[in-house]
Design a protein around this ligand. Structure first.
Ligand code: SF4
Length: 178
């Protein structure tokens, strides 16, 4: 796709894939390849997004908004938890627009270079059901925790966490930005 007006991101294309651990899954993720290297916008995104994980050394930033998780790295925007290509295109377009708006308003935004790393694997594991049931598409809760840290999955992809008696743990995991 192409923006009519020249701005930070002018062209992008969407590639869909199912999580590598769960080929054939009805849940999709998207890689949005842009014509811009995204590192310069990251400190401004970090200033705007609460609970983002930002590592300026890589550089990369991961944040959660609503039902999706977003990650920026090099010239790629990753978006997870998508139902189909139509939804992916809509969410991708909205995200590109948001990044362009942040970039255009960068004079008004104080960039935040604070490093914030994801919680430790064991702290996440303590809040997961630890039954290793495999319903999330990986064979163990530890593997799922690792994918949460990488920003590849959302906590709601563990069906057990959606049960009534797990709501407090679910809320705590979400408050960690997972
Ligand atoms: S679905 Fe939940 S309980 Fe089952 S293995 Fe995955 S993380 Fe663990």
């Amino acid at each position: 796709m192409e923006n009519k007006e020249k701005t930070f991101i002018n062209r992008w294309e969407v590639e869909m894939f199912s999580p590598p651990c769960d080929p054939g899954s009805p849940i999709w993720a998207a890689r949005v390849k842009t014509d811009a290297h995204l590192a310069p916008v990251m400190p401004y995104v970090n200033a705007k997004m609460k609970n983002a994980f930002y590592d300026p050394k890589v550089p990369t930033i991961v944040w959660r908004e609503g039902e999706h998780k977003y990650a920026l790295r090099e010239n790629i925007i990753s978006i997870n938890n998508l139902r189909d290509r139509d939804q992916a295109l809509r969410v991708a377009e909205r995200t590109v627009k948001k990044l362009n708006e942040i970039w255009e308003r960068r004079e008004e935004i104080k960039p935040d270079y604070t490093t914030r790393v994801p919680p430790k694997l064991l702290d996440i594991l303590k809040l997961l059901p630890r039954t290793n049931c495999g319903k999330c598409g990986v064979p163990s809760c530890m593997a799922f925790a690792a994918q949460l840290v990488e920003g590849e999955r959302c906590v709601e992809e563990c069906p057990s966490l959606l049960e009534k008696d797990k709501q407090e743990k679910l809320a705590r995991l979400k408050s960690m930005g997972l």
